[in-house]
Design a protein around this ligand. Sequence first.
Ligand code: NAP
Length: 333
Amino acid sequence: TDIMSREIQLVSRPNGMPTAANFTIATTKLEPLLEGQVLVRNLYMSVDPYMRGRMSDRKSYVPPFALGKPLDGGAVGEVIDSRAKDFKQGDVVISSFGWREYFIAVPKALHLVSREIQPLSAYLGALGMTGMTAWAGLNLVEVKDGDVIFISGAAGAVGSVAGQLAKLRGCRVIGAAGSAEKVKFLQEECGYDLALNYKTSPILEQLNQAVPDGIDVYFDNVGGETLEAALSLLRIHGRIIACGGISGYNEESPQVGPSNLFNMITKRLTMKGLIVSDFLDLQNKFEQEVGRYFRDGKLKNKETVVVGIEQAVSAFIGLFAGKNIGKMVVKLD
Ligand code: NAP
């Protein structure tokens, strides 16, 4: 092929908050397509908070990004040429080859999805990795009818789906998010029973006032002060879904833990860590169950869309400033 593809590369590792200078945009020429390979043009790519961890040189459940190479991340693309028998032109696929316009892959790196779902970016949100995180998190601690659940990062990709799914399970749902507009979105569009703006006054004070009888479950997306407040609010035998800790992702040294961890003992709490990729064998079940809610109009896929690969870095950095409502996605034009 003569296809030139633009891609975003990491050129230096961020200290604290990433800046545009940590990244560059490069153009590469694609190799000719070999037997058994598929050529894909990305339509949408994902920017996600966990990518910040991969930008640092540390040991974790995913290796760090290499310098001078394209970043990786979730993407939805369209097959434009195929020399593999199970893929044809026009097929829609999910992959981990985001941050670039085109790529060549073998079938096992591609997950075929239906074109019927619109917009296709929903495969990065409610019907994709972040929606599956919400679903797997609720299953992890068996969230059920009657539970009072508090969700932080509530208006984001994971939080907005977690809250809607918890409502469908019959829970009372309380959320925390960082603006009046997000509070309105949670109450009016996601069915949250109550939403709090954690930026207006300390979240512990707001929760003590709003939920004096406490909570059964805390879905933690942010860590820090909010986790500490939840530990204080949880009832006996309460459960915590440890999903994320975005309030610490740009700290240069590790955050100090909650001062009230002793609540784990006195209230016999359970805290379970979640990594969504542990649940890939349940992906079809997730797609059926949550896909049905979506098609039936019971689940909204809210998203914030920016256009153009050259906007991807600022969209990514924007996650840490709360620029998104729902899933932050980059549409490639
Ligand atoms: P997201 O919530 O759509 O976007 C990030 C949001 O975090 C922002 O919109 C912002 O909203 C909030 N935020 C940023 N800085 C904050 C701070 N210092 N304190 C409190 N809130 C802050 O992102 P997402 O993709 O849904 O991910 C949410 C969390 O889940 C992240 O921690 C992520 O790492 C985690 N996650 C975990 C897994 C897993 O397998 N364990 C998978 C996916 C995601 P506000 O305006 O409300 O501040």
